[in-house]
Design a protein around this ligand. Sequence first.
Ligand code: OGA
Ligand code: MN
Length: 371
Amino acid sequence: MGYEDAQAGAHMRTAFRNAEKHYKRYTQASSLSKSSRKKVPATDLHQVLDIRKIGAVLGDQKCSVQGVSRFEGPFDWAVYTLDAHPGFYFIPEALSAAQQLHWIVESLTTFPQPPNRTNHNAIYGPLKDLWLAYQEGKVLKEIASSTRHLPSVAESDATQRNIDVDGGVATAKAWQFCDRTEACGQLSKVVPAELLFRKLRWATLGLQFDWSKRAYDESLPYSMLPTDLAQLAARLAEAAVTKGEFKAEAAIVNYYGPDDMLGGHVDDMEADWSKPIVSISLGCKAVFLLGGASREESPTAMFVRSGDVVLMAGPARRCFHGVPRIFVDSNQSEVPDFAALVESQKGSSNLDAVVQYINQSRINVNIRQVH
Ligand code: OGA
Ligand code: MN
């Protein structure tokens, strides 16, 4: 889901929009500029479903509590459904802390690697080893501007390939990571890798999604989803798969900083809506909103924590959903103690930066069958 698209229609006062406004994070500065409120009141969270807690109360009972029911089946996890949202499944604590840490590391180091595309592609082209460059304190430098005559380059094509077209004369820009000292005193543009990493918002794995066309572009180079991720997704999807098998062909990885949110949207680009979207939450706790087929329907708010998995299949595939809030304060974020875990896993050092990142961020890996 594109962030611009996510915002389309967001200005309208719909029930979904009202819920987003209710849960979004207001900082002192933002509230002061918009109104004259001096103190930012705490968000009222008492309507937010806590399915982990409800599940613990439910145990093996068949009845439903607060519209949440246990879904019976031969699964590796306890699976819950919402009476009001057929086709939606919630799997609390599906991933152990060690598994979570593994996918957090992958999300930061390998998932943003070309040919996977990220939100930075449109401006800088493919960026190799962004995490490493950030760890090494490097900067991205514009290294060359060669002028060629490329009359046949269409404008849309040009944006993708990072070429400026000006009256048929194309300027190919190239960017490269280098040491700060190397970039020092040069006139060319430089961008710290740290800033680029902080502004990483999404990466696409497997079949590449083209946000501008709102479609998968199978002509783009891609690498298959990692086998272990595809296998995990197929296993998690089981509760929501009625016929055949779930084939993980693409994934979108969302990276959320303290003030980031994902506006209400529907994921409707995949051919087979009977197949679920498998959505894994990592890092800081968040509020997930699940609405109906229109924005006018009032959404259900629920907490998603690190290790929780959500499945959206069947009718729930047509439902608006979004993430208006993530909780980064350590007393609310409920991020597992990854530092202690790293400590106990001898030999795997160098994860301090990963732990630091995830204690202030949320990562969502959502996996799809495209065909
Ligand atoms: C998406 C999405 C939800 C989340 O990327 O399409 O709905 O939990 N993500 O971040
Ligand atoms: Mn979505």
